[in-house]
Write a new protein. Structure first.
Length: 294
């Protein structure tokens, strides 16, 4: 058998495998959306959940998910950006840097339930934050930080070294070169990594069961005082997120329409995560054009 025929056979096999994977993913997504979308309505998206009667929605859980995501990204993004810049531009090579990178790889592969138990022991018990939004946000930070740091470092390393040389040859400092030359060039990759990480955090459940809690108390959306426990902005209140809500109603089965609520909530969760993925590249390219006038 000649090389051309072997190459054609290998190409066909790879195409078949890729097609099977795409078919499986499309089938899963289609099944969730077909079952869930008929139950999604404005009332479903805005009304609070009900425990022992039908007709409840996911309004509070949806708000909690976005609020937790916002807090987690506000905490993790500056830290990971600084760590990524240091590892890419200043750390150089050495055994200590290799240890740090290995630690990041290990932390990024930890199961989310382990991160949740760590957050429970540290933030809920040791720091006495209790089951609260701040405990969940800190746990999500621990969950997201290694992957986000690695993503930012990879994006910065993709920038050609000639770009750095050009900046330094103009007489600007190394830090100014990083800020005004390297980061704008790496911005599409950085933003894509941030948005994809946000989608991963938004769908997280295991880490939040042990930190943010499994209850969604009634909120007063007319009270925006973050020091009031009934305020939506209070970081010290428990917060059941959308992913935790899906797990909980399927585990307990106390709602008469648990199947419908679960299907609708799953469809909303899938749509939001898909939007994060679809918007990642578009937003990255848009910001890149604005900053570089490309």
């Amino acid at each position: 058998m000649n090389a051309k025929r072997v190459d054609k056979i290998a190409t066909v096999v790879i195409d078949i495998i890729a097609g099977i994977i795409v078919l499986i993913l499309a089938s899963l997504l289609g099944y969730i959306l077909v079952r869930g979308l008929p139950h999604v309505s404005w009332h479903f998206l805005t009304s609070p959940a009900k425990a022992f009667q039908a007709g409840g929605g996911i309004g509070v859980q949806l708000f909690n998910s976005f609020y937790l995501l916002l807090l987690a990204m506000l905490i993790s993004l500056p830290i990971s950006l600084g760590a990524g810049i240091f590892l890419s531009e200043y750390a150089g090579k050495g055994w200590l840097v290799d240890v740090v990178r290995t630690a990041i790889e290990i932390l990024s592969s930890l199961p989310s339930v382990v991160v949740g138990l760590f957050g429970f022991l540290l933030f809920v018990i040791q720091f006495k934050f209790g089951f609260s939004i701040i405990s969940g946000a800190l746990a999500l930070t621990m969950f997201n930080l290694p992957l986000l740091t690695r993503s930012i470092e990879d994006s910065l390393e993709q920038v050609p070294f000639s770009q750095r040389e050009a900046g330094l040859s103009l007489g600007i400092s190394r830090w100014e070169t990083v800020i005004h030359v390297v980061i704008p060039e790496a911005l599409p990759g950085i933003i894509s990594g941030v948005i994809l990480g946000a989608g991963r955090v938004f769908g997280e459940a295991a880490a939040l069961i042990y930190t943010a809690g499994q209850s969604a108390p009634a909120l007063n959306f007319g009270d925006w005082n973050p020091f009031d426990i009934q305020s939506p902005l209070s970081p010290l209140r428990p917060a059941e997120t959308l992913a935790v809500h899906i797990w909980k109603i399927n585990a307990e089965g106390i709602q008469p329409d648990a199947t419908a609520v679960s299907a609708g909530a799953s469809a909303v969760l899938i749509i939001v995560v898909l939007l994060f993925n679809l918007l990642a590249r578009r937003i990255g390219n848009f910001v890149y054009r604005k900053m570089t006038a490309a």
